[in-house]
Design a protein around this ligand. Structure first.
Ligand code: F0G
Length: 355
């Protein structure tokens, strides 16, 4: 039987009000994967789990907010949605618009969107505009578009998005039988850390959990406006998903950190890449570079002796590594070449593993 997605599973807890129908692709119910080898390999004295959001229908956590926002938009009679995006929101909006039979317009920063995400938006049938500017500029344009055209914005400035994204916290709490001690996320436009924190608070208010986690967020060092305390005019990071200089939910992220006793910190691109490979090679989890920022953050905090012995740490891995083949191959293209016969392949292999 289909689960019906997060709206069917969490119903009234999501506080979406009445819907004429739920536009769903069976999102949510993503795996919570316990790290087996990393704790020993990295000398981490913690219980570490990964919430692998790359298992969602379009390969990122965005589907949780998009089922909510598109269901609400359709219920309100909207015929077209729009978003600015570093790629994942666009892919998700395009898919849910297709599912609903409405139009989708996406504004993407030209040259800075991972190939898989661009392909998704195009194949799902969205109208794609490559904007000669960054994400922040694209979002400013999107904010004004409804003045000129009948469009519903589905960026996380639409509150329905964050209502839906709270479901990741519900699922973690359901799986663990309570909140973890720490919940760690990458931070870009800052909607997800805001929503995850609100999700835990909502669950506590509903009597489903007794205590709240400490929230930790990580920006890329070249795009770290919240950590640096000022808008970043020219954000730069290879983790293009979080290449954002003026996050829409800046306040929400600060609130999550301060209310929970956590903080927002930054990790370098080198730390992000190291974490990205370590996740793939030690646990078999392929997450996109931006996602690995959360695990890079765990490693940074662990080096500082931040986590008490034996605490439970959940790390959200926001998107699937398959979305960004360009980045993957740029850094790792160690292919062996061999002629198409048995001896030739053996000779090539002997160079690596000896005879
Ligand atoms: N990880 C991935 C893979 C993302 O795509 C994003 C955001 C984030 C982390 C950060 O989440 O913005 O809620 O703080 N991607 C947006 C997009 C901006 O357009 O797809 P956030």
């Amino acid at each position: 039987m289909p689960s019906g997605g997060i709206i069917a599973r969490y119903g009234d807890l999501l506080e979406l009000g009445s819907l004429s129908s739920a536009i769903t692709l069976e999102e949510g119910a993503t795996p919570l994967i316990e790290a087996r080898r990393l704790p020993r390999e990295c000398n981490l004295q913690i219980r570490l789990l990964f919430k692998f959001e790359g298992s969602n229908p379009t390969g990122s956590f965005k589907d949780r907010g998009m089922t909510a926002a598109v269901s609400k938009a359709v219920s309100a009679g909207s015929r077209a949605i729009v978003c600015a995006s570093t790629g994942n929101t666009a892919a998700s909006a395009a898919a849910y618009a297709a599912r609903a039979g409405i139009a989708c317009l996406v504004l993407l920063p030209k040259g800075n969107v991972a190939l898989g995400k661009l392909a998704q938006s195009l194949v799902y049938g969205a109208t794609v505009v490559a904007v000669d500017g960054n994400f922040d500029q694209s979002l400013e344009i999107v904010r004004r578009l409804p003045e000129r055209m009948p469009l519903t914005i589905v960026n996380s400035i639409n509150p329905d998005r964050l209502l839906g994204q709270r479901s990741a916290a519900f699922e973690v709490a359901d799986a663990l039988g309570g909140a973890p001690d720490y919940h760690v996320l990458p931070v870009g436009n800052a909607g997800n850390i805001t929503a995850t924190w609100r999700g835990y608070k909502r669950y506590k208010e509903a009597g489903r959990i007794r205590r709240l986690p400490v929230m930790l967020g990580f920006q890329a060092a070249g795009a770290a406006p919240i950590v640096d305390g000022r808008i970043c005019e020219d954000p730069r990071t290879l983790a293009t998903a979080i290449r954002i200089g003026n996050p829409a939910s800046w306040e929400g992220a600060r609130e999550a950190a301060s209310e929970s006793g956590g903080n927002i910190d930054k990790v370098t691109d080198e730390e992000i890449l190291a974490a990205y490979f370590q996740l793939a090679r030690t646990e078999g989890i392929f997450a996109e570079p931006a996602s690995a920022a959360s695990f890079a953050g765990v490693l940074k905090k662990a080096r500082q002796g931040y986590f008490p012995f034996g605490t439970t740490v959940v790390c959200t891995l926001t998107g699937n590594g398959l979305k960004d083949p360009d980045n993957a191959m740029k850094v790792e293209s160690k292919l062996l070449e061999a002629p198409g016969d048995f001896d030739g392949v053996c000779r090539a292999l002997e160079q690596v593993i000896g005879s």
